[in-house]
Each structure stands twice: as C-alpha cells, then as structure tokens.
Design a protein around this ligand. Structure first.
Ligand SMILES: Nc1nc2c(ncn2[C@@H]2O[C@H](COP(=O)(O)OP(=O)(O)OP(=O)(O)O)[C@@H](O)[C@H]2O)c(=O)[nH]1
Ligand SMILES: O=C([O-])CC(=O)C(=O)O
Ligand SMILES: [Mn+2]
Length: 582
C-alpha cells in the first residue's frame, strides 16, 4: 500500500530514514490482517491465548512491570512559548524536544517492522471526525488501535481527500523508564512517544490526539474536546436525552456510560444507551445546541471492579474478541481480576503463581480493549455523522467528604467554575501516589493541550457561540462515612440521580437554592426500592457551610496559580458563592 497524499508519503519516508526499520507495513484494517497480527503476537509471546471455549478470540498481554500506566511526569506539551502550555503542563521548547526524542528514535526500529496506521477519530463520514496516522513498531499497538479507532483503508481514503492529518510517531524502544517521553507539538499537530507500550502513552489516537492535540484545535476552531462519556437516556414518555460526563481517570466513566437502571426503572420504561465512555468532541450546531460524537470505536476500560453486580453490560462484552492487559488468569485460562468473582486465580499479572503476599492478582490499572460494537447497550446513534445533542454536562470526582451527591449550576459561568474546580483522589491510571486529593479541572488535568486559563476562557466563551447550552451539574458517588464505607450505593443506582438531572432539564423537578448551587431535597430523589436510610441521603445533600468556606479559599488560591489568563467570570462566580456562604 502507498498513498497519494504527498505529505504522508514524505513523512513515512523521513521516519523510516530516522528509525531504520527492516520493513514498512501499511495497515489496511481488514479481517485477514487482524488474524495475521493475532497469530504474530501469539508466536512472539506478546499474547497468550485465553480459554477459547469460554473466551473465543481473547488474548492476554502482560506488559513490562514498569510500564503499566500513563506517565504524567514524562508527558510534555511543546509550544513555541512556554506560557501557552500553562502551569498545568510540563513544557519543553519544540526544537529541544525534537532533538531529545529524535536521538532516542534514531535507529530504534532496526530489526523491527514499522507499522503505518491511518485512523479516523469518529464516524468516517462525520464532519466532526478527524484523522491521524500513527507510526509504531508495536503490533500490540496496532491491534489496540484496530479496536479503538476506525483504522485502515477507509481512514486513508479520507486523509487523501482531506489532506490534513495528525502525525503520531511511536516506538516502544527498550521500555526503559529512563528513556521514555510522551511529547506533543500542538502547533505542528504532531505527537512523538518513545519507550512505553501502555495505552494512554502508546495508542496515540486516544489521549494524545483526541484530547491533548484536539483540545488545542478545538480552542482555535470553536469546539470542545473533552474527557467525557456520552450516555443516552430515554424517558418512559419516549423523550430521548443525551448527557456528557467528565470524571477523572478510573472514577466511573465506563461504569456510568453502561449503566443498567434498577428494576423499577426498567419496568417503567426508562432506557439507557451508550454512545461513548471516555472522550467526547462537541460542536455548536445551527440550532444553538452542542452536538457530540464519540471519536473512539472501542473501550479501553479498567478491569478491576468490573462484575455482574457493578457493570453487567461491560462484563457481557468481554467474553469474545477482547485484549486483556495485565489481568490475572485462572487455572483453566480465563481472565480474572479483583472484584470479578470469588475464584482464586492461578497466575498474577506478572505471570507468577498467584500469591496474595505479592499484592493484587490483576494490576489495579489492568485493562480490557474491546470493540464498542460488542457492548449490549451501544447506541446506534454512535455512528451518526452529526452526533447527538447534549442536554446536560456532568462533572465529578472522588471526594470522600464535602461535595454533595448532586448539585446543579445556577448558570453556564457557574457551571464552568464547577468544572474548573473539581478535585478528586488520584488513581492507579497514572503512575505516582494513589488517593491524594488534587484539583482536576473538567477531568482534563493530564489531558489539556494548552494553558488552563485559556481553556476556561474558551469554555466561558461557548455561551457566545451556542445559545442552547446544556445545563451543568456536579456529582459525587464517592462520599464515605466515618467507617470509611461508601455512603451512596453507586453504579446502577446512579440512575436515581440521572432521573433528577433529566427532570431538571425538562423543568419537571424542583430544587433548593443554596450557596453552592441548586440541590434536590431528599424527597426529589426517587428512593423507591432503594432501601436507603433517608438520613443518609439528607447527609449526602447537605451543604456544610464552614467546610465550603475553606473550599472557597482553596479554590481561590488554585485559580490564582493560573494568573491573568483566568477569565474574570470564574472569580465573579466564586465571589457569589462566598457572599452567599457568609
Ligand atoms: N463506589 C463506586 N465505585 C464506582 C462507581 N462507578 C465506578 N466505580 C469504580 O471506579 C473504578 C473505575 O471506574 P471506571 O468506570 O472504569 O472509570 P473511568 O472513568 O472510565 O476510567 P478511565 O478509563 O481511566 O478513564 C472501578 O473500580 C469501578 O468499580 C460508583 O458509582 N460507585
Ligand atoms: O488513557 C489511558 O491510558 C486510560 C484512560 O482512559 C485514562 O487514563 O483516562
Ligand atoms: Mn480516561
């Protein structure tokens, strides 16, 4: 295969000169190619075949033990001016960054094959979709990109018609943590990633392109590229709604995106459908609403905790055609992880005989990669070129205290402040300490490709581009009691909060005005068959004024870190809260 796109042909040639591969292979995205790659990965030991009776066409990949998560300290935004990357990013001068990483790429593919993967983020015929090309020396990356994006001939054809594409160069190198960088050049629409094979570092269509590069493009072109799931909710009256929700990594996006409502809701005729579980691109439409697509075609989901009780839709899709990375294995070759069931695995995520003394059997950030088409709740609208209209935007994080179960913003600007000041406990999705509360604005702290002040300004400015913007909410499924137990049952029961959100969008349910926004009273939340003590719900919906005073002080300090680029609207909204608390 070759291409009529001269820029692409030249770039492939230039990369080959730098990296010196034995061969160049253009991925066509065909079924035959898929089978060939699976066999190749089995033959070279990168894949282990799982039990083909219970899990046909499923593979286990165990990564290097030092290469299991995103590496934020090695991730750089390389803009001409340092200030444009913002205090939220690590910055490197573009010329210096190219020099540094090209030295690692030099000759790195000797003895290897260089794979060229043309891909499209979003439905092939969608005007909101964008294309890219990833060059990699990892067949495992090819197979993940095959599931996560629309890749191959169709994407190449679109690139040849359109001309432009995002360039992503990747090599696993030697998987040496000391020779590892994930570099982004937003002004050049390019990415260079060296030394890691892990998802967010290596599947360049995902976080690198669809969030870091796309957020920068979105800012210049008047749209939004966000770390959000997209969920369809149909009411018993037959009204179809869509919501988009931003929670930090490993804070519940996949779970909410595939939610199965409690029995009573199903009987009443509520229907939930999944459009996306991680990334959302939204554009103002001519009708003044925000129209969203899921740029991905598959799910790269957290395995631990996925179970019949928590996420039956996810579990149902994982019995076939799935890549499992860093999970454990049972004696009869089935994938296993903590929370799945009460079996004991035979080997752990490093392939050792399982011994609880070594810690969890599956790595806490172990993942599954699977085509979205395998999801029972996958929405047909996911393939729609125009996308779906968004009625509500939901922000959330893991907060053991303070933040109520749900709060509605008073206005768009207040909603932007809510998003900008989300805080959450860190998780295993990135290397580093777990459980530390940090601010994670719009769940984009690791993913915004430019200065957060400008980003918030862009969000505030959306109100000049779209006059029917979604209502904005904050949720918190993760409040804990004195015993350290979750106070809210979560998962399917989150439907009860969604019902209130939808009721608010349709102007059918009430709310109480408080200093921090609009809250339901406990009677406004449907608790039928929940079996929950109403006093607990009251506690989850309480505004602790003195604790919120401290939060306002902390938020003010946080916003000030971003200097003069922070839009004045955020300080005005914060002052409003402060005044009302006093
Ligand atoms: N207590 C509680 N835990 C939840 C809830 N939803 C998800 N979780 C847990 O949170 C963890 C991560 O959930 P995911 O849905 O995979 O998170 P995500 O936001 O999609 O993560 P990324 O793929 O990293 O972006 C899993 O262990 C879940 O079991 C909830 O409503 N309540
Ligand atoms: O990017 C990844 O590796 C996985 C993911 O969805 C996240 O961390 O948010
Ligand atoms: Mn994510």
């Amino acid at each position: 295969m070759s291409t009529t796109n001269q820029a692409l042909a030249d770039w492939v040639k230039q990369v080959a000169e730098l990296t010196q591969p034995d061969q160049i292979y253009w991925c066509d995205g065909s079924e035959a190619e898929d089978q060939k790659f699976n066999q190749m990965l089995l033959d070279d030991g990168s894949y282990k075949q799982l039990n083909s009776e219970t899990h046909p066409n499923c593979y286990l990949h165990l990564s290097d033990s030092q290469d299991v998560a995103r590496v934020e300290h090695l991730t750089f935004i390389c803009t001409q001016k340092e200030v444009d990357a913002g205090p939220n990013n690590h910055w490197m001068d573009p010329a210096a960054a190219h020099d540094k990483i090209d030295a690692l790429f030099a000759g790195c593919m000797k003895g290897r094959t260089m794979y060229v993967i043309p891909y499209c983020m979003g439905p092939i015929d969608s005007p909101i979709a964008r294309c890219g090309v990833e060059i990699t020396d990892s067949a495992y990356v090819v197979q993940n990109m095959r599931l996560m994006t629309r890749m191959g001939q169709a994407a190449l054809s679109r690139i040849e018609q359109e001309g432009g594409f995002v360039k992503g160069l990747h090599s696993t190198g030697e998987l040496d943590p000391n020779r590892r960088f994930i570099m982004h050049f937003p002004e050049e629409l390019s990415i260079k990633s060296f030394g890691s094979g892990y998802g967010g570092n290596a599947l360049l269509g995902k976080k690198c392109h669809a969030l870091r590069i796309a957020s920068y493009q979105a800012k210049t072109e008047g749209w939004l590229a966000e770390h959000m799931l997209i969920l369809g909710i149909k009411t018993p009256a037959g009204k179809q709604h869509y919501v988009a929700a931003a929670f930090p990594s490993a804070c519940g996006k996949t779970n909410l995106a595939m939610l199965i409502p409690p029995e009573g809701y199903l009987k009443d005729g509520w229907e939930i459908s999944t459009v996306g579980d991680d990334i959302c691109w939204m554009r103002p439409g001519e009708d003044g609403r925000l129209w969203a697509i899921n740029p991905e075609a598959g799910f790269f989901g957290v395995a631990p905790g996925t179970a019949k009780e928590t996420n039956p839709n996810a579990l149902a899709m994982l019995y076939q055609d799935t890549i499992f990375t860093n999970v454990a294995e049972t004696a009869d070759g089935q994938p296993w992880w903590e929370g799945l069931d009460d079996r004991t695995p035979q080997t752990d995520w490093q392939g050792r005989p399982y011994d609880p003394a070594n810690g969890p059997a599956a790595h806490p950030n172990s993942r599954f990669t699977v085509s979205a088409k395998r999801c029972p709740s996958y929405s047909a609208e996911s393939e729609s070129a125009t996308g779906v209209p968004i009625d509500a935007i939901i922000f959330g994080g893991r907060r053991a205290s303070l933040v109520p179960l749900v709060t509605e913003a008073r206005s768009w600007d207040h909603g932007v402040l809510m998003g900008a000041t989300v805080a959450s406990e860190t998780t295993a999705a990135a290397t580093g300490a777990v459980g530390v509360v940090r601010r994670d604005p719009m769940a984009m702290k690791p993913f915004c490709g430019y200065h957060f002040g400008d980003y918030w300004g862009h969000w505030v400015g959306m109100k000049n581009q779209a006059n029917k913007l979604p209502k904005v909410f904050t949720v918190n499924w993760f409040r804990k009691d004195e015993k350290g137990q979750f106070m809210w049952p979560g998962f399917g029961e989150n439907m009860r909060v969604l019902e209130w959100i939808i009721g608010r969008c349709d102007n059918q349910l009430g709310a109480n005005e408080t200093a921090i926004g609009l809250l339901p009273s406990s009677q406004d939340i449907n608790t039928k068959d929940l079996g929950m003590d109403l006093s607990v719900l009251d506690e989850l919906l309480k505004v602790d004024k003195s604790a919120w005073k401290d939060e306002v002080t902390s938020v003010e300090g946080f916003l000030r870190n971003y200097g003069s680029r922070v839009p004045g609207e955020l300080f005005r909204e914060l002052k409003e809260i402060d005044d009302q608390l006093s």
